[in-house]
Structures are given as C-alpha cells and as structure tokens.
Design a protein around this ligand. Structure first.
Ligand code: NAD
Length: 480
C-alpha cells in the first residue's frame, strides 16, 4: 500500500482523519509514491494549538539562542543538501542540479536569519524632552502560517520559516499537496538543530485546510506563494479576518533582446529561463521581445537550442529538463500550444514532437514566433516549457508591450549598451529586473516579490522586509 503522509505536530507524526486523499506522484515515472490528506480541518486546530502553546517560551528564548539554532540548521542543511535535492527531484521532477541549487537558495535564507541579533535591533532616542527617552522594540506576532506552491518544495518553505521563527514566532506550514514530502524532512532537520517542539508544525491539505488557517483567530500572519487567483483569494480573506498578509502570485515574464546582445549567451540564458524546471518557475521567461535586426538570428538560434535540449528523468545527469508536475497539467500546457496555433502564431518548434521518455508527464520545449501581445500565449501564465517571440521595432515599444501585462514579477533585458539597460531598468514595471540574467532571482538578503497582479501585500519575502513582516513594533516613551 502507498505511504500515507502524516502531519507533523509538536514533533509527533499525526495520521489525522481526512475523508479525501490525493495521490503524490513521481512525475518522471508516473508512479504513485504517497497519499496526502486533503480536508483534515481537525489537524489545523491541533497544529495551531501546538504553535500557540509553544509561543510564550519560544518568544522568551534569548535571541542569541534562537540565532544559534539557525547556525546549526545551516550546517545540517548543507550536509543533507544532496539528500534533500534528491527528494525534490523525486516528488517534483526537476533535474538534480536545479534541485541542488534550490536547496542552496533556501540555505541562504537560513544564513540571513542567523543574523537576527543585528536585524532585530530596535531604535532609541534619549532626551526627547526633559527626562524623557523613547525606544522602539521589535516583538514577535505569535502564530504565523505559511502556504506554499508545488514548484519549490524546499526553497519556499525556507523563505518563510527561518525569518519567522528566529524573530520569536511559532509557525504552521501548509505545503503543496502535490509536493508535500520534502518539507517534512526540512522540519526533522530543524528539530535536530535544536528547535523546541511545537515551534514549527506541518499540516497537509488543500483548499479546506487553507481556508481554516485563513480564518483561524490564533493565526496572526499569513505568508502565501502560489498562483494569482489563489494569492488574491488568500490576501482578501486573511486581510478581512484581520491578519497581516503577503501573497506572492503568478507571473508572465518578458525578456527583451536588443540587436547588440551577445547572441550565444542570450540563447543559453533564455533556454535556461524558459525551459529550465520545465517552465514551472514563477521567474520563467515566457515571452521574448526581439527588437529590430536580431529577430531572424534569435529565432533560428532558439529553435536550434530547443531541438538539442535533453529531456529526461531528473536523476539522469545528462537531463537538462524534467517532466511537468501532473498529466493533467501537461494537457493544459499542450492546450496552449493548440491555442497559439489557432490564434495565428507561427509554431517554430513543437514540444509535443520532441523526444522524451515514454513514461511520466513529459512535454518537450516549444517555440512560437510572430506572436502578438493579445494572444493568450502572450497574456496568460502557461507554467510550462513554451516560449513566445513577439517582434518589435525598438526598445520603447518593447517596454510598452511588457508593461501592458497585468503581471509584473520579473523582466530581463539582454544588451551590450548601458543606456538601453538603464532605460529598461527605469521604465519596466516589474519587481525583479535582470540585465543579461535569465532568472533574476534576488539573493536572500534582498526582498523577493513582483508588482501588479504578481503580488498582494506590502512587505516582500526575504531581505529585511521579512523581519518587518514577522514582527510588530512597540514604542516605549519613558520619564524617570
Ligand atoms: P496553487 O495556487 O495551485 O497552490 C498554492 C497553494 O495554495 C497550495 O498549497 C494549495 O494547496 C493552495 N490552494 C490551491 N488552490 C486553493 C484554493 N482555491 N483556496 C485555497 N488554497 C488553495 O499554485 P501551484 O500550482 O502549487 O504553484 C504554481 C504557481 O505559483 C504559479 O502560478 C507560480 O507562478 C506561482 N509561484 C509564484 C512565486 C512568486 O514568487 N511569485 C513563486 C513560486 C510559484
């Protein structure tokens, strides 16, 4: 029988009592590897109660001790990086190098959190009036909840948990029901690093469980990462329930290629961005705006690169791209290829004909040319390995085209000219901007989030924003 995934509450595995279960697959083989509970609302109560119980002692634990847990956790994650990456590849499908780098990006957030004694310092101003001093302290909120997507089973929980708990909060994580396994191992290692029971708890589930968390009176803050409609729902619902919310949503990322760009490097960066992790990244480049005379050369070189892309099981070291997450999602992405053709775009390379393993949820890389901005393949998030080329005469028109999108997660320009890069940087409407970088993901010490419909909230993930998000400020005015 397939393993049934347990919740992890107060350091105990809790089987729970769900009435609906979903299968977890290895997407590279199509094999069912586990079953996950979808609607165990009672487990939400237990997890929030455990976190609330652990809060007073943890909030009172000296900040240096909380930070030292992060130092030990960092070492444990480092020594288990390969094991964690293998878990990510097994339940998500991304190739090993990608999975290894994902865990590495998560470790960076732990390194950031280890600096909490510096980051959580307050402010003081003495003698604001005769005998009166003012100081500001940062205090934890209480129980925070995190709801994460399938596509980064290690990194995104690590965006949230280290800054939240090092700030003195306790936490309930609701990982994606499609990739629920890696997070359990992340928590086991955190416990091994010295985190007391109940400070972080994991409850599995789908919509019913999320909604219970969003309404729970003991949950003070909600961090969400996932698709746009759910981000908007989470933001509205949790904010209406009086909670602090940050909700990172979906994306449509535009890459502008100027005629003076280094073609070879640009093609590699674009292929990595559009086809890496099978396009299942919120930072995946999905529309290229080719400016002026680079158009023919770029389309030809990209088609050649797509043709040569090695698609296979992520465990094979030669694979450059793995499968999509589910068979149903592969059908959805293939549906976009049909729509692109029906809308009149030129199908330069058809991923459905690409050599792939016969089992699992594979789909090869696709390239469209002569796409117009109003087509669905240029407007909607496909979340698969489909790249669309829009042709434009100049940089200004290219930026206008990108800015017409309702999303604003990331955008990149490829150019050799400082003036073009500067114009792009100053005029593009996106939260994370790249210059000659295919995946401009900010390192942990900077804030991570998009603009427009890619983000709902004020304070971004990671960077100093995370510490402001997970703390309340208390100002004390004293006369002695
Ligand atoms: P998703 O929105 O389907 O699921 C995300 C989480 O929300 C999961 O934990 C899921 O159980 C829960 N959920 C799903 N439907 C719900 C509903 N109706 N009500 C309440 N909760 C619900 O997203 P996904 O498919 O797992 O992840 C891919 C999406 O995440 C893409 O759109 C991608 O762009 C986005 N993403 C964004 C970022 C970012 O930084 N902006 C990063 C990674 C992924």
């Amino acid at each position: 029988m397939t393993e049934r995934v347990a919740h992890l509450i107060f350091d105990e595995k809790v089987a729970g009592s769900a009435s609906t279960w979903d299968a977890v697959y290895n997407p590279a083989t199509g094999e069912r590897i586990a079953e996950v509970p979808l609607d165990d609302e009672r487990a939400v109560e237990l997890a929030v109660e455990a976190a609330a119980r652990a809060f007073p002692d943890w909030a009172d634990t000296p900040i240096l001790e909380r930070a030292r847990v992060m130092f030990r956790y960092r070492e444990l994650l480092k020594s288990h990086q390969k094991e964690l990456a293998a878990m990510v590849t097994r339940e998500h499908g991304k190739v090993q190098s990608d999975a290894f780098n994902e865990v590495g990006r998560g470790i960076e957030v732990v390194e950031l959190a280890a600096a909490a004694p510096s980051l959580l310092k307050g402010e003081t101003l003495s003698a604001v009036a005769h005998g009166v001093d003012v100081s500001m302290l940062r205090v934890p909120l209480g129980v925070a909840a995190g709801i994460t997507p399938f596509n980064f089973p290690a990194m995104i929980p690590l965006w949230m948990i280290p800054p939240a708990v090092v700030s003195g909060n306790t936490f309930v994580l609701k990982p994606s029901e499609r990739t629920p396994l890696t997070s359990l191992r992340l928590l086991e290692l955190l416990t091994e690093a010295g985190l007391p029971a109940g400070v972080v708890n994991i409850v599995h589930g789908g919509r019913a469980v999320v909604d219970r968390l969003l309404h729970h009176p003991r949950v003070k803050a909600v961090s969400f990462v996932g698709s746009q409609p759910v981000a908007e729902h989470v933001y509205r619902t949790a904010a209406a329930a009086g909670k602090r919310v940050q909700a990172l949503g979906g994306a449509k990322n535009f890459h502008v290629v100027m005629p003076d760009a280094d073609l070879e490097r640009t093609v590699e960066a674009l292929a990595g961005s559009a086809y890496g992790s099978a396009g299942e990244r919120c930072l995946a480049g999905s529309v290229v705006i080719a400016v002026g005379e680079v158009q023919e050369r770029l389309v030809e070189a990209m088609a050649d690169r797509a043709r040569r892309l090695v698609v296979g099981n992520g465990t094979d070291s030669g694979s450059e791209m793995g499968p999509l997450i589910r068979a149903q999602h592969r059908e959805r992405v293939a549906g976009y290829i049909d729509k692109g053709v029906a809308d009149g775009a030129t199908l330069v390379y058809d991923g459905r004909q690409h050599p792939t393993p016969s089992q699992g949820f594979f789909l090869g890389p696709t390239l469209f040319d002569r796409v117009s901005a109003d087509m669905s393949i240029a407007r909607e998030e496909i979340f698969g390995p489909v790249l669309s080329v829009i042709r434009q005469p100049d940089l200004k028109t290219a930026v206008q085209t990108a800015n017409a999108s309702r999303f604003g997660n990331t955008a990149t320009i490829y150019t050799a000219a400082g003036a073009a890069a500067r114009y792009f940087r100053d005029h593009i409407e996106a939260g994370m901007v790249g210059v000659n970088i295919g995946v401009p993901a900010p390192i942990a010490w900077f804030p991570f989030a998009g603009w427009k419909n890619s983000f709902y909230g004020d304070l971004h993930a990671t960077g100093t924003d995370a510490f402001t998000f997970y703390t309340e400020r208390r100002v004390i005015t004293e006369r002695w």
